[in-house]
Design a protein around this ligand. Structure first.
Ligand code: PAF
Length: 280
């Protein structure tokens, strides 16, 4: 495990001597690891490279009223999961290592980061792209793997990599779900049993939307909205059908593959989920 950038660099240099042509495959996380993260790490192992996972709860992507202080921290279990998945280097820097007093310059996620999640969590994606760029600069990965559950995060990071011409391949791995259909998330631990039951309206809405695909964009949105409305304790923040890359809303006459994005509050927990829908 590496706690400092110097330790990370030494461990990576040693591994590069042992395996000079192996690609560096990186899974950035904020810890509180679950089977969704495990799937990202298993995927990383398929490249027979040098695998690196980071565990860093990034303060700059939390708003002032968000859950930074109470964000779940499961340190021992996280290290065990990384070991079970054969991760070569776990990079777990302190906030001081990551930022220290070097907070003058930050990156902007641009307009893509101000829609949807970004509209409701101002500055969130600026914090994400800033920390991911810093992590990329420290790890120098050839490939980085992110969960598709955070679809907007993936789009914003892809845009950053493209715009800054960073030499890293971004891979989005399909959302991993519990057996009841709820997308795995570190925040699911906040849900009471009743709330968890209520939250299942979200995956049901995705299924209903998918099934309505052939009837067009309006029908897709209506199917999802109706399903969510059946569970009054699920407070919808947005339901949008968008182009997968630009995240711009599709027109009512759209035909093709679109991304349905849902965000909702269940109790005090904010949940997001998404799926691709073939429209028309
Ligand atoms: O998805 C996450 O866990 C975080 O947003 C990330 C990408 C590790 C950046 O802090």
């Amino acid at each position: 495990m590496a706690r400092t950038v110097a330790e990370l660099k030494t461990q990576l240099a040693d591994l590069r001597i042992e395996r000079p042509s192996a690609p560096v495959v990186f899974v950035p996380t904020m810890g509180a690891l679950h089977d969704g993260h495990r799937a990202l790490m298993t995927q990383a192992s398929h490249y027979n490279g040098i695998s690196v996972a980071s565990i860093f709860v990034n303060p700059t992507q939390f708003g002032p009223d968000e859950d930074l202080a109470k964000y779940p921290r499961t340190w021992e279990a996280d290290l065990q999961l990384c070991a079970d998945e054969g991760i070569d280097v776990v990079f777990a820097p302190t906030v001081d290592q990551m930022y220290g007093d070097r907070t003058e310059s930050t990156l902007s996620a641009g307009p893509l980061g101000t829609r949807l999640e970004g509209a409701q969590r101002p500055g969130h994606f600026d914090g994400v792209v800033t920390v991911v760029a810093k992590l990329f600069d420290m790890v120098h990965p050839n490939r980085a793997i992110f969960g598709q559950k955070d679809a907007q995060q993936v789009a914003v990071i892809r845009a950053m990599v493209r715009d800054l011409e960073l030499p890293v391949e971004i891979e989005a791995f399909p959302t991993v779900r519990d057996s009841d259909g709820l997308a795995m998330s570190s925040r699911n631990v906040y849900l009471s049993d009743t709330e968890r039951e209520q939250a299942l309206a979200i995956p049901r809405a995705l299924v209903a939307a998918y099934q309505a695909g052939s009837e067009g964009a309006q029908a897709v949105l209506k199917a999802a909205t109706n399903e969510l409305a059946g569970e009054p304790e699920v407070h919808v923040r947005y339901v949008e059908l968008v182009h997968p890359d630009t995240l711009e809303a599709v027109s009512p006459t759209f035909h093709g593959h679109a991304l349905l994005l849902i965000a909702a509050m269940v109790g005090t927990t904010r949940l997001i989920d998404n799926s691709m829908v073939t429209v028309g």
